[in-house]
Design a binder for this molecule. Structure first.
Ligand SMILES: [Zn+2]
Ligand SMILES: [Zn+2]
Length: 240
């Protein structure tokens, strides 16, 4: 059967960065420099490793940030949140390690000088602060900002990746395949839950919300630990 990513894989192989950025923006929603850097890094690493991906964890991408960069990586490498081939190592760097099973791994980190490209023009810098950081500005400000970000995104594609990133071969232990678990029905809400997330409470097998237990969450703030469901929160949802 044909790999559904065949067309993409061929664009990666040929290093067609513009075409890939245009397609990556369908996933990401807009053009921006970080998305562009994710596309560049993804293409470079996949070509270096001569990797193909059918979403069966033969290639793993370890991203160190949850900014726009990660969408470029997910799109180009095919390592996604849903196919368990994306690892989010929450250390706050715009960097990625692409690992091919039974082969080398490549880590690429955006150089500080590359970020400087974004700060070069004070007028655009101010626009960025107003629209993105303070979520303000007029419609016209937003349009001007998006136009500038789009220009920078496409300009970056013309640069040599070695200029933009520190790139090195690394030894990265290939992660085990994601485990497959059976599901259990929560005795309170009746929903199906992966067995490893079942909490035993007063002799009952419950899901985390029904048990009012703690859980992890990935949000814009990163991986956040030890949030806790309030028992009434879960039960009020059930009856609404
Ligand atoms: Zn973006
Ligand atoms: Zn439940």
């Amino acid at each position: 059967m044909k790999n559904p990513r065949e067309e993409l894989e061929s664009l990666v192989e040929q290093g067609k960065l513009e075409e890939l950025l245009i397609r990556a923006a369908i996933l990401h929603g807009h053009y921006c420099p970080m998305l562009s850097l994710g596309v560049i890094a993804g293409v470079y690493a996949m070509r270096e490793l001569r990797a193909e991906n059918t979403g069966m964890e033969e290639v793993i991408a370890i991203v160190e940030t949850n900014n726009c960069f990660s969408d470029g990586i997910q799109f180009v490498t095919g390592c996604t949140f849903g196919n368990n081939a994306l690892i989010y190592r929450d250390v706050g760097k715009t960097a990625v390690t692409v690992v091919k099973r039974s082969a080398d791994a490549i880590r690429m980190a955006v150089k500080p000088e590359t970020f400087e490209i974004l700060n070069r023009n004070p007028e655009n810098r101010e626009l960025f602060r107003m629209v993105i950081e303070e979520r303000g500005g007029t419609e016209d400000d937003k349009k001007r900002l998006m136009k500038w970000l789009r220009e920078v995104a496409f300009d970056l594609l013309k640069k040599n990746p070695e200029e933009l990133f520190t790139i090195r071969k690394v030894q990265e232990k290939v992660p085990e395949f994601a485990p497959i678990h059976e599901s259990v029905i929560c005795e309170t809400c009746g929903e199906s839950v992966i067995v490893t997330r079942i909490v035993e409470k007063e002799g009952k097998k419950l899901c985390i919300p029904c048990a009012g237990a703690r859980y992890y969450e990935i949000s814009g703030k990163g991986v956040r630990q030890l949030k806790q469901y309030k028992n009434n929160e879960a039960s009020s949802k059930r009856h609404s």
